[in-house]
Design a protein around this ligand. Structure first.
Ligand code: C2E
Ligand code: CA
Ligand code: CA
Length: 500
């Protein structure tokens, strides 16, 4: 039954026991064709007797269970890559090795661009398949000596060992970007995804694992900010901007809690009558020490952190509350236009019913216009379509914001109950007779009217632009030429200026 060396172990141990030495149980492995059985062998000397008992126990099941538990604790079940725990342990070990041998190491922090949108629009099942495919592609891009792990969500890391020249890092990272950016076919969906990658170096940047991870994360964030689908190396200046961002985020959390926001209103003028018919509600943050912070500086952060949900609900409520007062000054058909982040429509974090309740509590649903951007319609799933329909059924109007900057396809606009197109300021700002922008704006107006959609021109700053827009039949205009966004009191006072 036993092979030779097994027999030897046996003999040695029996001898030891007879000599009065302690012998711990040992394992004996029996390899079968498609599995391995493990036996635990234990020899016990019976007290006050000259007899020995040999106990051989089959512990294969226990062994398998332990292996499974170890695997579950150290590997990601979706991609089979090492998980965060395993990654942290490996990084620590590699750093110790490198310190002993005075070698270098590069840490890559990889985050997928717009993964959340894919997950939300095509569903978690597609999201999971995508992550699996990305994991495989990553594994194929790296060298034997490198280690790839999944930190969680759409975040991956790579520990690059054996860095003989800096080109190795650049080449591997570029290969990763190229490979991940290739279309991924999942069922009947073709997904396009790209990575943003941050790189930190041991020992140049940091010598501690935690610092190194933080540095790679900051470099990744900098790559995202620079336009995604690229890689950045860590620079110490990133530490400063990361600290600023963290401070802003802490302040923003507090601002949402204790309500440091205010809505400003910018009038939207009826081109035929010159009257104020609508207002766009624009959020402002009154920071206790920094003063007024414009939305461009915090909406992005609010979207990334989910703070956009409570903030957005607050905007809907605050704007709805004002409608009655504004209508009493500007007429019963006055409408309030509210900006909605695409995220608020996409996620399962669904406030839409809550919005409708809020709106209906304070005003008629048709006194509200929701401003959304085009890309929301481009990637709309059935779920998003249903949400639009829900608003349309209630009588809430929909406006496409910043029209002309995205795909500008009128085909999909026809599919939805779109009421207004808002021509982006970039076309209006440079409007001159017979210019390309004039032709473009006029074409938008003509096509929109054919589809029964009204047009609002944004960013009107000069009388000449206003005249040209009138000439082409644009329905509404908004811009500094009429008024800057202002608080509710100042907005009501505009009535005197704009009544006929
Ligand atoms: P937007 O929706 O395109 O809003 C128009 C922006 O153009 C406003 O900037 C407004 O002050 C500015 N503007 C208006 N007339 C003129 C003009 O004649 N010339 C120029 N140069 N600019 C003009 P603001 O208030 O800083 O808002 C910036 C962006 O922040 C908005 O762009 C919108 O996307 C976002 N935002 C504002 N409030 C909210 C909100 O409550 N929720 C969400 N999700 N986003 C908001
Ligand atoms: Ca807007
Ligand atoms: Ca706009």
């Amino acid at each position: 039954m036993f092979e030779l060396d097994v027999a030897n172990v046996f003999q040695t141990n029996i001898k030891k026991i007879i000599d009065g030495q302690e012998v711990l149980p040992w394992k004996y492995y029996r390899h079968n064709e498609d599995s391995t059985n493990t036996f635990e062998v234990r020899i016990v000397k019976i007290d006050h007797s000259d007899e020995l008992i040999i106990i051989i126990r089959d512990i294969s099941n226990r062994e398998r269970a332990e292996k499974l538990i170890w695997k579950q604790a150290n590997f990601d079940s979706l991609t089979s890559l090492p998980n965060r725990k395993m990654f942290l342990e490996t990084l620590d070990k590699e750093i110790i090795k490198k310190t002993d041998n005075q070698q270098k190491l590069a840490l890559l922090f990889i985050d997928l661009d717009h993964f959340k949108e894919v997950n939300d629009t095509l569903g978690h099942h597609v999201g999971d398949m995508l992550l699996k495919e990305v994991a495989q592609r990553l594994s194929h891009c790296i060298r034997q000596s490198d280690i790839v792990a999944r930190l969680g969500g759409d975040e991956f890391t790579i520990i690059m060992n054996d860095i003989s020249s800096p080109h190795v890092i650049d080449d591997t990272t570029q290969r990763i970007i190229d490979k991940i950016s290739e279309p991924i076919l999942i069922g009947e969906n073709t997904c396009y995804i790209s990575p943003s990658i941050g790189i930190a170096l041991y020992p140049e940047d940091f010598i501690d694992a935690k610092d190194l991870i933080k540095a790679a994360d900051q470099a990744m964030f900098s790559a995202k900010k620079a336009g995604r689908n690229r890689y950045h190396y860590y620079q110490s200046i990133m530490q400063e901007s990361a600290i600023k961002r963290m401070t802003l985020l802490t302040d923003l959390r507090r601002a949402v809690e204790i309500d440091e926001f205010k809505l400003f209103y910018q009038p939207i003028i009826d081109m035929k009558t010159g009257e104020i018919k609508k207002a766009e509600a624009l959020i402002r943050w009154f920071h206790p020490t920094q003063g007024l912070i414009p939305p461009d500086q915090f909406i992005g952060l609010a979207e990334e952190t989910g703070l956009i949900f409570p903030m957005g609900s607050w905007v809907v409520k605050e704007a709805s509350e004002k409608i009655k007062l504004f209508s009493s000054h500007f007429g019963e058909d006055f409408q309030m236009s509210i900006n909605i982040s695409p995220l608020q429509f996409m996620t399962s974090h669904n406030n839409n019913n809550e919005w409708i309740k809020t709106i209906e509590k304070f005003a008629q649903a048709d006194a509200i216009i929701l401003e959304i951007t085009e890309n929301l319609l481009m990637n709309a799933t059935r779920e998003i379509r249903n949400k639009f329909q829900l608003f349309a059924d209630k009588g809430v109007a929909i406006a496409i914001d910043d029209f002309g900057t995205g795909y500008s396809s009128l085909a999909y606009i026809k599919e939805y109950d779109v009421d207004f197109l808002k021509i982006d300021q970039s076309f209006v700002n440079s409007l001159l007779p017979q210019s390309d922008d004039y032709i473009l704006c006029e074409a938008i107006v003509v096509m929109a009217h054919k589809l029964g959609i009204q047009v609002v021109a944004e960013g009107v700053e000069a009388e000449e632009q206003c005249e040209l827009l009138k000439l082409m039949g644009c329905d509404f205009a908004q811009g500094y030429y009429f008024s800057r966004p202002c608080d509710d009191e100042a907005f009501i006072n505009l009535q005197k200026q704009f009544s006929i």
